[in-house]
Design a binder for this molecule. Structure first.
Ligand code: GAL
Ligand code: ZN
Length: 687
């Protein structure tokens, strides 16, 4: 259902709130919660995510009075509810009575109850019980006026290697391949004597003496994602029997490998994403932006929802740095700038017990008289003033290609190097874009429904898998005038992890004008790179980790390896293809002089993409006619409004900008001071 999120935001404005777990508290606390929520500007809470054992303490014995009361209380206070089907964590009775409902790891260990998420997604006992409790919840509350959205399960990601999952895997493979011969061919089972003579012999990729079959592993990943999608759909179908109308979703986890979210997005009425940037990382702000760009890409460029984040520290890292209220505010407003229409948290009230007792919350264990809670309150008030941003499009002209098949395949074992991590490569490229002030959508290369022509420049930092259809789409994009930057170790394999035959990247080499015959890990310390050719004056950098034994098949060579195993080979090249242009960057460019950033800047210039960079740590984003400028750094700086306006949407009127948070008006060519962690949100007349 398109517009699922708009239904909520039309009514409530920017969504603000979080997971609320009243089953952990008594009645008096509920009343205090609701009063404090109102004061904090909370308008939506997610209830019931982990309440299964509290709702159904014994099989078929239901206890709803407490939830009736909680939903009534919330509704009376004007707080809407995203109601969960509480199936993420089954009660102990399920595992006790049906041990086969427990999940099995790849090494055969059965995981116990006593934590959470302990279910085998193929288990009939689990699925029957999960449908039954969802049925009860949906039937009882579908007409409750507090309920505005449904939250099926939580962070789907379970995998299981048990015998039942093996059967299901075989069914999935039968549907995909039809015959054993085709399966044997697809999995290349002639390698290492793996040919299957009977479907019954096929297993999930369990722990084995040596490396697993890469094609089998990839198919098991796909199967796992599909199996969980089945579970989600089963839950959604239950809800739909009782509520034909209100949006149903579940929460994704950014760059989480367990499911392929591109296969899920059509079933999600709202794209909802959980994010916990690490305050200890010097790249936290850039990497947080990348996660936001992924969520927006999943939402087809439209609005999305941050379903979970931390108000301060998490409790699951080894060393959990806190976040100041100012820093939290930058993260929330950054997401808003990137198309997010709601800021929800895990969780409303900090737990006093259980494994998450040290996880921060909107309301800390120390109470309301705390910096964290006061920060939450003032943020709630500010979000009300920013309602006009809801639904507005984010101004962006660049795409970063990223798909799950390629990620999965590029992180398998027995590659030329295990040091070229694809996600790290994506992050490295994006950090350069971020520094240059360029906003990019993260979109998959392997889906036909991505309109590449909407972008002036497409970057493919880590496109290890490239099937022929995807290559044909990239070819057409460039031939039609698009610009493409192609990264190292790209286009190497197909969707089953088989290497393409011929010089690499076989399906795209004619588009790049460069081809490689060998992938060459570089010695520690990398290789020097020599730059030459027009337009590369001043480019520097060294090659690191991996390069390719290349030659130019017509491309203009911009850089060659200067020493090491690839001396003389093409490291960076540029090529005209049709009416477009490609850039080949065949290695991880590193070095104090930038290297990668310089090449990307040249490609952006070439594609006519203007740079919004305003200096270290300052991010500027245009959403609709509103400029959001964020100082992510712990030091004062300035914002050049004329420069920021120059990269905005063409239709933006110029003379005066109004700060939506303070009401201050600024001359359109002024330079504004930005305090540490300052954010300004400036309207130009629209919206
Ligand atoms: C999420 C989860 C929440 C909570 C949170 C803590 O993965 O959905 O229930 O555990 O992490 O950061
Ligand atoms: Zn299983």
């Amino acid at each position: 259902m398109a517009g699922g999120l708009a239904r909520l935001t039309d009514e409530l404005g920017i969504l603000y709130g979080g997971d609320y777990n009243p089953e952990q508290w008594d009645r008096e606390v509920w009343r205090e919660d609701v009063a404090l929520m109102r004061e904090a500007g909370v308008n939506l809470v997610t209830v019931g995510v982990f309440s299964w054992s509290h709702l159904e303490p014994r099989p078929g014995e239901y206890r709803f009075a407490w939830l009736d009361e909680v939903l009534d209380l919330l509704h009376d206070a004007g707080i809407a509810v995203d109601l969960a089907t509480p199936v993420a964590s089954p009660p102990p009775w399920l595992g006790h009575r049906h041990p086969e409902s427990l999940p099995t790891t790849a090494d055969g260990t059965v995981l116990s109850y006593g934590s959470r998420n302990q279910f085998c997604p193929s288990s009939d006992a689990y699925r029957t019980a999960a449908v039954a409790i969802a049925e009860q919840v949906a039937a009882r509350y579908a007409r409750h006026p507090a309920v505005r959205m449904w939250h099926a399960g939580n962070e789907y990601g379970q995998v299981c290697f048990c015998d039942r999952c093996a059967e299901r895997f075989r069914d999935w493979l039968r549907a995909r391949y039809g015959t054993l011969d085709d399966l044997n061919a697809a999995w290349a089972t002639a390698v290492w004597s793996q040919e299957y003579g009977d479907w019954a012999e096929i297993l999930p990729p369990r722990v084995a003496p040596y490396h697993r079959n890469p094609a089998q592993e990839l198919d098991f990943r796909r199967f796992g994602s599909d199996l969980l999608l089945d579970l989600y759909r089963e839950q959604k179908a239950v809800v739909r029997r009782h509520d034909r109308d209100r949006p149903v979703t579940t929460n994704l986890m950014g760059f989480f490998g367990g499911i392929d979210p591109h296969d899920w997005r059509a079933d999600l009425d709202v794209v909802a994403d959980d994010a916990y940037p690490d305050p200890a990382s010097p790249d936290a702000a850039a990497d947080a932006a990348l996660v936001n760009h992924l969520a927006r890409g999943l939402a087809g460029g439209g609005s999305w929802l941050r379903m979970e984040q931390a108000a301060s520290a998490v409790s699951w890292r080894e060393h959990n740095l806190t976040k100041s209220p100012e820093r939290l505010r930058t993260e929330v407003l950054q997401a808003l700038a990137h198309g997010c229409d709601g800021a929800l948290f895990f969780q409303w009230r900090q737990a006093r017990s259980g494994p998450e007792r040290f996880h921060s919350a909107m309301l800390p264990v120390a109470g309301a008289d705390t910096a964290v809670h006061q920060g939450v309150r003032s943020l709630g008030a500010e979000l009300r003033a920013l309602r006009g941003l809801v639904g507005e499009p984010v101004h962006r002209r660049v795409a970063l290609l990223w798909d799950w098949t390629s990620w999965w395949a590029a992180t398998q074992v027995a590659l030329p190097t295990a040091r070229l991590d694809p996600l790290a490569t994506l992050q490295a490229w994006h950090r350069e874009l971020w520094r240059l002030g360029v906003v990019a959508d993260v979109v998959p290369a392997d889906r036909a429904d991505v309109a590449l022509h909407d972008y002036d420049l497409v970057l493919a930092p880590a496109q290890y898998v490239l099937d022929d259809d995807s290559a044909a789409r990239l070819d057409a994009y460039v031939a039609g005038g698009g610009h493409l930057v192609w990264g190292p170790f790209g286009g190497v394999a197909d969707g089953l992890s088989h290497l393409h035959a011929g010089r690499s990247p076989a399906p795209l080499r004619h588009v790049l004008g460069v081809s490689a015959e060998e992938w060459v890990p570089l010695p520690d310390g990398g290789s020097a790179v020599a730059w030459s050719g027009a337009g590369v004056e001043g480019l520097r950098g060294t090659a690191a980790t991996l390069g390719e034994r290349t030659r130019s098949d017509g491309a203009d060579v911009l850089a060659t390896y200067d020493d090491g195993p690839l001396a003389g080979c093409v490291a960076v090249a540029r090529h005209a293809h049709g009416s477009g242009r490609t850039w080949y960057v065949g290695t991880a460019l590193a070095g104090p002089a930038g290297g990668l950033g310089d090449v990307l800047r040249a490609a952006l210039d070439d594609a006519g993409v203007l740079l919004g960079g305003q200096g270290p740590g300052v991010e500027t984003v245009w959403r609709g006619g509103v400029l959001v400028a964020i100082n992510h750094a712990d030091r004062s700086t300035t914002l050049d409004l004329a420069a920021a306006r120059a990269v905005g949407p063409a239709a933006v009127p110029t003379a005066v900008l109004t700060d939506l948070l303070t009401g201050a008006r600024h001359d359109g060519s002024a330079t504004l001071p930005l305090a540490p962690y300052d954010v300004v949100v400036l309207a130009t007349g629209r919206p």
